[in-house]
Ligand binder design. Structure first.
Ligand SMILES: [Cu+2]
Length: 181
């Protein structure tokens, strides 16, 4: 093959692959939105909600962390025998080209002891850790919102310390919340 012909072919291949990438429009794995709602009182945990856009491959979200809070847990709210309960989860699936949503009444973050400076700044920088690429970490600043008016059924309205441990007080409250719906 003559050098000129080789160069021409290589250029064609480059053009095609660039074009293919554009047409494929494969969206990358990413955190696209998210916010934190403060607890009704300072000793109550805040809750976090967010949306993850799935990439070309299915992955799992295995942790959400921050340096500016004492503790973060992933939870899932469930209705069992008419009673809302919640339990910690260790991972959540992000389907390929789909999405993972943490929202009120479903999967959510519980966040204890958010740093006062972060609250005043109105944002909490968080790292989302996934199973792909040796635990890819995606950073996202969660907007911090004040406590809601303790809406029935919201995680903020629940007694998280009692949830899932069979304590009577929390379950009675959850049952009362469930009955209102
Ligand atoms: Cu919870």
């Amino acid at each position: 093959m003559k050098p000129f012909a080789f160069a021409a072919l290589a250029a064609t291949a480059l053009t095609l692959s660039a074009c293919g990438d554009n047409l494929g429009a494969a969206k990358p794995l990413n955190v696209v939105s998210g916010h934190v709602v403060m607890g009704a009182t300072p000793d109550r945990p805040a809750v976090g909600y967010f949306r993850v856009q799935g990439g070309p491959q299915p992955v799992q979200l295995v942790a959400v962390t921050t340096d500016l809070a004492q503790r973060v847990e992933m939870h899932e709210s469930l209705r069992e025998n008419g009673v809302m309960t919640m339990k910690p989860i260790t991972s959540a699936d992000v389907p390929a080209k789909g999405e993972l949503v943490f929202k009120q009444g479903g999967k959510h973050l519980m966040i204890w002891g958010i740093n006062g400076a972060a609250v005043r700044a109105g944002k909490l920088p968080m790292a989302f850790v996934f199973t792909n690429n040796n635990n890819e970490r995606i950073l996202f600043d969660m907007v911090i919102k004040p406590a809601e008016g303790a809406a029935a059924g919201s995680e903020a309205a629940m007694d998280h310390d009692a949830m899932g441990h069979g304590e009577d007080k929390g379950e009675d409250k959850a049952a009362a919340d469930a009955a209102k719906q």
